[in-house]
Design a protein around this ligand. Structure first.
Ligand code: IMP
Length: 434
């Protein structure tokens, strides 16, 4: 297996950082293919803490190529800031270690502003739109411009004339919109000057990601595709409209990088042993009591990017099974099992009830998603600690039963079991690269 795709199986924050780091050590090329700097990964390597938002995790390890694929929306100022911070920590970033696809659309300051304007307006007046609880990084507005065919792309940065033309097209849309919303218009010349200034740092790293990946494939290199967010935040398959604005599913690894779909060998779904969600939107198994609060405290469930507390709830096997199918997941990495230590009873959602009828899948309608009632199966918990377990014999019988039941319900095997944030506190059943 040369190529592995890692995706989140719930609403993000499944603990991808540790697993991606483990895999990226074994990969030659690490690729981001969707999202932008709304993601947040913390890597701890030899005691040094690295915070990544936009850059692929491979960047912190020498001798690897990190690729920002065409499906990513790039805020060049955030990129430069992240590169600077990492350089100060001793990470080498140059054309040998980082490639930015010429096809990436840009996030400009006006996108972040519009994201915040909309969120604030929705909070004040619900009829203006749903409060999504976005990261306010401009992700949604930037993808809107991409789809509307008026975005500036990384390849445009080569020529000031092209930038000026594209800015005119963009402002012909954004300035009337901003005016209507009661905000200042964007000054064209200032924006062009800002873009040309930042482009100096970006252009030396730009190339054709599909071509580089094709060469890597021919040379038999191991390629890791690093998904951000989680499949339930996918624009098509998630809890629309409470989603991010990109396709998060594993097949996007192909489209968002220019790699052929047939080259994706193993799809690893990172799956938390319970459920969390940041931001608003339906969450059938959410807990509003001290059990949910306990999960949040023991699991340190606070957002890496925004610092917001995450909503917590029981494992939803119906939703995760759906994600397994939609994303074609080969095996899962089950994370944070240790957070369940000491709980007397554990519940797993095995079906929903909607308007008196039983449902064995998560429906698409926003109203139905908000109204489904989980049907639970109860399991006995365990009092022993699983924290740091490195082999099945270190696990209490009830913990093994819980893991086996999850595998059965979601119809997908566990490839990796993670029992603490430490890299080596892992039970490896199957190395996705082998
Ligand atoms: P946006 O991606 O900033 O537009 O936010 C849309 C939704 O996705 C919000 O509910 C965010 O909280 C959520 N979201 C975006 N990125 C992440 C992430 O990396 N982890 C978890 N949730 C995320």
């Amino acid at each position: 297996m040369s190529n592995v795709v890692v995706v989140g199986s719930q609403w993000g924050d499944e603990g991808k950082g540790k697993i991606v780091d483990w895999l990226s050590e074994r990969a030659d090329v690490v690729v981001r293919f969707q999202g932008g700097h709304n993601a947040g990964h913390t890597l701890v390597i030899d005691g040094e803490v690295y915070k990544l938002s936009l850059l692929p995790s491979g960047i912190v390890r020498g001798g690897k190529l990190s690729v920002i694929g065409n499906g990513v929306v790039v805020d060049p100022w955030a990129l430069v800031k992240e590169m600077k911070k990492l350089s100060e920590q001793g990470v080498t970033i140059n054309a040998e270690s980082l490639l930015i696809s010429e096809g990436c659309s840009l996030i400009l300051p006006l996108h972040g502003e519009l994201d915040a304007i909309r969120e604030d307006a929705a909070k004040a007046k619900s009829e203006t739109g749903p409060v999504i609880g976005t990261t306010r990084r401009g992700i949604g507005p930037a993808y809107e411009d991409k789809v509307a065919r008026r975005a500036l792309r990384v390849c445009d940065l080569k020529s000031e004339e092209t930038v000026a033309k594209r800015v005119d097209v963009l402002l012909a849309h954004h300035n009337p919109l901003r005016k209507g919303l009661g905000f200042d218009e964007v000054n064209r010349d200032e924006l062009i000057a800002q873009i040309m200034e930042v482009s100096k740092h970006v252009l030396p790293l730009v190339g054709a990601s599909w071509k580089i990946l094709d060469e890597a494939k021919k040379e038999g290199k191991k390629i890791l595709f690093e998904g951000a967010q989680g499949i339930m935040l996918d624009i098509d398959h998630g809890t629309y409209p409470f989603v991010t604005s990109s396709n998060v599913v594993a097949s996007q690894a192909a489209g968002g990088s220019g790699m052929g779909a047939g080259s994706l060998d193993y799809i690893l779904g990172i799956t938390k042993a319970y459920t969390t969600r940041v931001g608003s939107g339906p969450f059938p198994t959410e807990l509003f009591d001290e059990v949910g609060q306990g999960l949040g405290e023991r699991g340190h469930e606070f957002g890496t990017v925004t610092g917001r507390s995450r909503r917590c709830g029981w494992f939803d096997a119906i939703m995760v099974r759906q994600v397994m199918k939609i994303s074609g997941i080969t095996g899962i990495a089950l994370t944070k099992l240790d957070v369940l230590d000491g709980m007397e009873e554990l519940k797993i959602c095995v079906g929903y009830e909607l308007n008196g009828e039983k449902l064995d899948y998560f429906p698409a309608s926003t109203d139905d998603q908000a109204n489904v009632k989980p049907i639970y199966e109860s399991m006995e918990g365990w009092s022993e600690s699983t924290f740091g377990a490195r082999s099945w014999v270190d696990l209490p019988a009830n913990a093994i039963k819980y893991v086996r039941r999850i595998e059965e319900l979601i119809e997908t095997p566990v490839a990796i079991l993670s029992t603490s944030p430490e890299r080596d506190d892992t039970i490896l059943v199957k190395n996705p690269f082998e």
